[in-house]
Design a binder for this molecule. Structure first.
Ligand SMILES: CCCCCCC[C@H](O)CC(=O)SCCNC(=O)CCNC(=O)[C@H](O)C(C)(C)COP(=O)([O-])OP(=O)([O-])OC[C@H]1O[C@@H](n2cnc3c(N)ncnc32)[C@H](O)[C@@H]1OP(=O)([O-])[O-]
Ligand SMILES: NC(=O)c1ccc[n+]([C@@H]2O[C@H](COP(=O)([O-])OP(=O)(O)OC[C@H]3O[C@@H](n4cnc5c(N)ncnc54)[C@H](O)[C@@H]3O)[C@@H](O)[C@H]2O)c1
Length: 305
């Protein structure tokens, strides 16, 4: 195929992703929906009840205000236009089946549990048009295994965004052995339209970033458990000594300790021989006490006012 034809084909397929459904409006889903809407896609954000839909839309409005204040600091009316335009592209819903019925791309961002993701994808596979591409934003689970409950494994891939989605420039695009070349190209094109820098990774545990980040974080907790240094000092060390914007404890609280713990538990069960994946006891204890980080008001640090 000539270069011109490859380009024309990519442009044609890129235009195809217009209606995007994001399932789960928590930390990640709300950010993904926000950026997809801001970059011109028609977005439906699906949550389990009206209260959570309102909460997600509320957090998107707050985040949009921050983005607008930053991007259009000298022109408030342009900032307002940007916010109105984004919100006009976005709607919330609790009707899962109806929402996916007219979608080009569905991005799943619900809890990090294989059985719950299977239940969801099984349900939507039966009602989404055959052409709809499915993607998971999982941090740690196998994309191939998530997609195995569907009859569209060639139209299934990973879109791993980073928190906070409006600020983080990276998108990991994951292709399984069954993801078709066309699906992969469409996912890459979609990522670029979202304004992200896309990298590609095979369907391996943690892809690139989390494969390095999770053992680093667990090692930081082990340092703390041994009493070698305080959480605050470890955080300061990694910020000032390694140039990270947040230390490992600030970052874990920010990401959510439940998500971090689910990742470690899942990897430990699957690869018990790998000591890098041993879940630290302190992390499990905090989660069992409901201390989930910033979102619950307390984690390694307290966020109560
Ligand atoms: C632990 C490992 C466990 C692994 C778990 C895996 C998780 C997952 O799979 C992978 C990840 O995501 S891994 C995690 C990957 N993530 C990381 O590694 C993140 C590391 N951290 C960072 O890169 C920076 O600390 C931030 C960008 C978060 C904040 O920037 P900062 O300079 O430190 O401080 P600032 O002064 O506060 O904010 C400055 C401005 O930023 C803007 N803004 C911020 N949030 C916004 C939002 N939600 N909306 C809109 N805008 C937002 C806003 O304009 C704000 O100004 P304002 O005047 O306050 O409105
Ligand atoms: N937290 C992070 O920093 C981060 C980063 C990248 C990827 N991820 C991944 O993204 C996914 C979501 O993580 P999160 O941190 O946003 O979690 P979260 O707990 O903040 O949000 C999950 C949301 O999904 C909703 N939900 C659950 N089941 C649903 C269903 N059947 N239909 C519709 N909504 C449903 C819940 O009500 C909740 O609001 C996970 O797979 C996680 O591993 C998380």
């Amino acid at each position: 195929m000539s270069m011109m034809r490859v380009f024309a084909r990519n442009m044609a397929t890129a235009a195809k992703i217009n209606n995007v459904v994001v399932i789960g409006g928590g930390l990640m889903g709300s950010g993904i929906a926000q950026v997809a809407a801001a970059t011109g896609h028609k977005v439906t954000l699906v949550e389990v009840n009206d209260q959570l839909v309102d909460k997600a839309i509320g957090s998107i409005k707050k985040s949009l205000e921050r983005v607008a204040k930053k991007q259009f600091k000298d022109d408030a009316s342009k900032g307002q236009q940007f916010m109105d335009g984004t919100l006009a592209n976005l709607k919330g819903s609790t009707k899962l089946e109806d929402s996916v019925a007219s979608s080009d791309l569905v991005i799943e961002a619900i809890v990090e549990k294989m059985n719950i993701k299977h239940e969801l994808f099984g349900k939507i596979d039966a009602v989404a048009p055959p052409s709809t591409i499915f993607a998971s934003n999982t941090s740690s689970l196998s994309i191939g295994e998530i997609g195995s409950v569907t009859k569209r494994e060639d139209r299934f891939g990973g879109l791993h965004f980073f928190n906070p989605v409006p600020m983080m420039k990276l998108l990991e695009v994951i292709r399984t052995e069954k993801t078709s070349e066309e699906t992969y190209q469409q996912l890459m094109e979609f990522g670029k339209r979202m304004g992200k820098t896309c990298i590609t990774c095979k369907d391996t545990p943690g892809f690139v970033v989390n494969r390095l980040l999770v053992p680093y974080m667990a090692e930081a907790v082990r340092l703390l458990e041994r009493g070698d240094a305080s959480a605050r000092d470890i955080d300061i060390a990694m910020k000032l000594g390694a140039g990270y914007p947040m230390g490992p404890f600030e970052l874990s609280d920010y990401v959510g300790l439940d998500t971090t713990n689910n990742i470690m538990q899942g990897w430990h069960e699957k690869y018990p021989e790998n000591p890098l994946f041993n879940p630290p006891k302190m992390l499990q204890k905090l989660v069992s006490e409901g201390k989930l980080g910033v979102k619950s008001g307390e984690g390694f640090y307290s966020y109560k006012k």
